[in-house]
Ligand binder design. Structure first.
Ligand SMILES: [Zn+2]
Ligand SMILES: [Zn+2]
Length: 78
């Protein structure tokens, strides 16, 4: 039994996820995303796919990265 760090649910199938040097305990992927997924630096949505890194920021898509000045990222390859 382990308690979720986000919602406090004491759940027998809780999981531990390591991110860098940080370990979190979660009862669901939803709570893990809430605690650990980065937020898009432009629109603020959760980045739960690969996302796009620009400098030390993370963006959800090429559109958002371009808004922040990373003009060479594209949704489509030429
Ligand atoms: Zn939870
Ligand atoms: Zn975005």
């Amino acid at each position: 039994m382990a308690k979720c760090d986000v919602c406090g649910n004491d759940y027998d199938k809780a999981m531990e996820i390591t991110q860098g040097g940080r370990i979190g305990t979660f009862d669901s992927f939803e709570c893990a995303i809430e605690a650990m997924a980065p937020k898009c630096a432009h629109c603020g949505c959760r980045v739960i796919g690969h996302g796009i890194e620009g400098g030390d920021q993370v963006f959800c898509c090429a559109h958002c990265a371009r808004h922040a000045g990373f003009s060479d990222v594209k949704d489509h390859a030429a």
